[in-house]
Design a protein around this ligand. Structure first.
Ligand code: ZN
Length: 352
């Protein structure tokens, strides 16, 4: 690790994606198609990665990422690089029990022909000495984004993906990534499976890693299917209660959560006591910019249940669908708000 994150109190980061420049992909659109092709696309993606990194740095973000500039979709871009999945053969399935989507089909044994994101991670590593975080899809969220015509078992396919993710994660670690994050929004939906094999497959994905590991569990991007679903969840969102006890017992170091503007009762964080927690203090489903004081309030609330040295201020989810100016302002609010609480802690000496 080039910079010791342990020395930074309340290190800020983002859940993952950031808006892409308009010359690379249609702005304010999720899973937007590329505007460039071939060599210029490869170059354009890396240029966008540099821009995204610079925006994080200008906003004062401590743990930086690639802003997911080189991928179109947080799950399918990874799957596109695997054997055994036919992208021509599509089926309509229900994603996370919430919305229908046309997805590719698993037609044979799945395997990774070569690394997927490792060159991009090496490139990011060359650009900064700050700690870097890299996001991968989690096994359960991957199987939920496919039609399986081969294994015919969600669990079996999840174990196969866990093995593949472990290969990728080991290469990302060797490339100098400090935190590898697995995105598992499916953990908020399939509670029995989470406890039966979901967390176990995630532990398989991190087996043998020496770098830090995180799992990101959210209520999704600010798209209509998700915001409609949220309206049905009532005044208290207790979904985290189902996975937290098992996660608390797991080898995962960090748990990344949606908090600000959600109806998640903050005291659920007591169930993962001892884990580092990336607390979502920025709502990605609205263009309204949080004030630094609002961010500080969310963090102060979380501090009742998370030790100060384990609290990582973060965004609720990715910011890909937002405009660049809104995302920029939200990043700034996050770092300014974290700074308010950091000063309070240092002044009161609670942090030691
Ligand atoms: Zn998310």
């Amino acid at each position: 690790m080039n910079t010791d994150t342990k020395k930074i109190l309340l290190p800020t980061s983002t859940a993952g994606s950031l808006p892409k420049p308009a010359w690379l992909a249609e702005p304010e659109t999720l899973w937007s198609p590329w505007k460039l092709q071939d060599e210029s696309l490869i170059e354009g993606k890396l240029d966008a990665l540099c821009v995204s990194l610079q925006e994080q740095q200008l906003a004062g973000i401590d743990i930086v990422s690639d802003g997911e500039q080189t991928r179109q979709h947080f799950v399918t871009t990874f799957i596109e690089h695997l054997n055994g999945v036919d992208f021509e053969k599509r089926q309509t399935v229900r994603i996370r029990d919430r919305y229908d989507a046309s997805v590719p089909t698993v037609v044979g044994p799945v395997s990774r022909q070569k690394s997927v994101f490792v060159d991009d991670a090496k490139f990011l590593r060359q650009q900064t000495k700050q700690p870097i975080k890299w996001a991968l899809p989690g096994p359960m969220t991957m199987i939920d984004t496919l039609y399986d015509d081969h294994y015919k078992s969600r669990e079996k396919l999840a174990w196969e993906f866990a093995k593949i993710l472990n290969q990728e994660a080991k290469e990302l670690e060797a490339a100098g990534v400090d935190i590898i994050q697995f995105d598992e929004p499916a953990f908020n939906v399939f509670f029995d499976e989470v406890n039966e094999w979901g967390v176990a497959t995630l532990e398989r994905a991190i087996e043998g890693l020496k770098c830090e590991t995180a799992v990101h569990i959210c209520y999704g991007y600010g798209i209509k299917a998700n915001t409609d679903w949220k309206k049905t969840l009532g005044s208290e969102w207790r979904q985290y209660e189902e996975a937290f006890p098992r996660l608390q017992q797991s080898n995962i170091d960090i748990i990344s959560l949606e908090c600000h503007n959600s109806h998640v009762p903050m005291d659920l964080l007591a169930l993962i006591r001892g884990k580092k927690v990336m607390v979502g203090a920025i709502d990605v489903a609205t263009d309204t910019i949080e004030t630094p004081e609002e961010v500080a309030n969310t963090l102060r609330n979380a501090l009742q249940f998370v030790d100060a040295d384990k609290l990582y201020p973060c965004t609720n989810c990715g910011m890909a669908p937002l405009s660049r100016s809104v995302a920029r302002a939200k990043l700034k609010a996050l770092s300014t708000g974290a700074d308010i609480v950091r000063r309070e802690l240092l002044n009161s000496d609670k942090s030691v």
